[in-house]
Design a protein around this ligand. Structure first.
Ligand SMILES: [Mn+2]
Length: 426
């Protein structure tokens, strides 16, 4: 049975409880999961898809309930100040999110959460990574994504979507896919008085008001991702028609409930929160938006950071008393990951408010060095790389380079495939 119309908050409380029951009773579960960098886009994609889909599941769904998973341990939510700023807009607290902690201890996954009893829909990625990929990769039966197709999701996904398209934000694609369902739910709820759920404080209220509020809460979360991923629709290299349409649609849902809503101010507040990492430790800054790829055993890791390399060096000085210990500090982070090639991509606004990018690349093995050299040779032009020379860059052993990346349109989504290609052709 479909989950009755309700607030996102009540939906998550219900889903978390249902997941616990399903795991202890070995019942079937459908997951909707974002990628392991767990940025705002991944979080809102999984919420939006699971929330609406569970209220209007396809007839032959594996289970009528879709469980949205934010692909990090619960503690890591606190490394994402933009989550903390955004969640209250939907009357949510960090504890409401369903995270890896709610599945099973990672070393007991297979035993506690029988792969055969699960079905996975990937949003904001199209290949399940790491341990989840090992155990459940063959149980993926749908995806909506805006990264390069890794051809891991089956061609025929039945009633579930298989959409991989270019867009600034994956949330825009999910909005588009869910649009008719959402419209149906809204108009059905308003006209038939079908808001069976209770308000969060258990006070019965007028249906239309309630439906509009619930819609606006969900829409605000989704809107935040699209605005962040497209710099408020101003980034020419990222913004697509999918994003423009999604913003129009989501903004209408928000203003229906709150006519004084100011999209630009909202973007400013969430964006400001996202940059607010000054008090965070270097280790946490490097891991908060990290992705790792395994290509036939070759491990590539990339951290995305919202401040320049100079900021990271000042962090090293603050924490270790000497900025020359920069590479040792990075080594402490990469140490247990087995990466042969490690990169930091910075994306930030300089003192004049201009968007800038830098790319740091560090080879940690002979094979990594070959890949790095190949990358420097073949991608310098496309990415418009300008080498930043400083004695601190050359310090210590090993192949390392830091560039200013003048091609501002190329984010990790474009750079990661270029790096992976250099490994595959060796
Ligand atoms: Mn994304």
């Amino acid at each position: 049975m479909a989950f009755p119309r309700n607030s996102l908050r009540n939906f998550l409380v219900h889903a978390k409880k249902a997941l616990r029951t399903a795991i202890s009773n070995d019942e079937k579960v459908t997951f909707v999961i974002g990628n392991e960098s767990a940025d705002l886009d991944s979080m809102t994609c999984s919420l939006l898809f699971a929330y609406l889909r569970s209220q209007r599941p396809p007839k032959n769904a594996f289970t009528p309930l879709y469980i949205p998973v934010t692909n990090i341990p619960a503690n890591d939510i606190h490394l994402r100040p933009e989550f903390l700023a955004l969640l209250p807009h939907a009357n949510l607290e960090p504890d409401h999110l369903i995270t890896l902690d709610d599945l099973a201890p990672l070393d007991k996954l297979e035993k506690k959460l029988n792969p055969k009893k699960t079905r996975w829909i990937l949003v904001d990625h199209n290949a399940l990574q790491g341990i989840l990929g090992h155990v459940y990769g063959h149980r993926v039966e749908g995806c909506i994504d805006h990264h390069d197709d890794e051809h891991k999701v089956p061609k025929d996904t039945g009633d579930e979507p298989r959409i991989i398209e270019k867009s600034g934000s994956c949330t825009s694609l999910v909005t588009e896919y869910m649009r008719s369902s959402w419209d149906h739910l809204s108009s059905e709820g308003r006209s038939s008085g079908a808001a069976h759920g209770q308000s969060d404080d258990n006070v019965p209220v007028k249906d239309a008001y309630q439906i509009n509020l619930w819609d606006a809460q969900m829409a605000k979360l989704a809107l935040a991702s699209v605005l962040i991923d497209t710099s408020n629709l101003t980034s020419p290299s990222k913004t697509t028609d999918h994003d423009r349409k999604a913003v129009k649609y989501l903004e209408a849902k928000v203003t229906l409930q709150d006519s004084s809503f100011d999209k630009d101010k909202f973007f400013g507040a969430i964006s400001h929160a996202k940059q607010d990492i000054g008090s965070m430790r270097l280790y946490d800054i490097l891991r908060k938006d990290y992705k790792q790829w395994d290509d036939d055993g070759f491990q590539l890791g990339i951290s995305s950071v919202v401040k320049p390399v100079e900021f990271l060096r000042s962090k090293v000085k603050e924490e270790r008393g000497d900025e020359h210990l920069f590479w040792q500090a990075l080594g402490r982070y990469t140490g247990d990951k087995g990466v042969e090639l490690y990169s930091i991509m910075t994306s930030y606004s300089d003192d004049n408010g201009e968007h800038q990018r830098q790319l740091l690349l560090w080879a940690l093995s002979e094979k990594g060095k070959k890949a790095a050299e190949k990358f420097a040779e073949t991608s310098a032009e496309e990415l418009e790389l300008e080498e930043l020379i400083g004695e601190w860059v050359a310090a210590d052993v090993g192949w390392k380079k830091v560039w200013r990346q003048k091609n501002l349109g190329a984010s990790r989504k474009q750079v990661a495939p270029l790096l992976r290609k250099t490994v595959q052709v060796q």
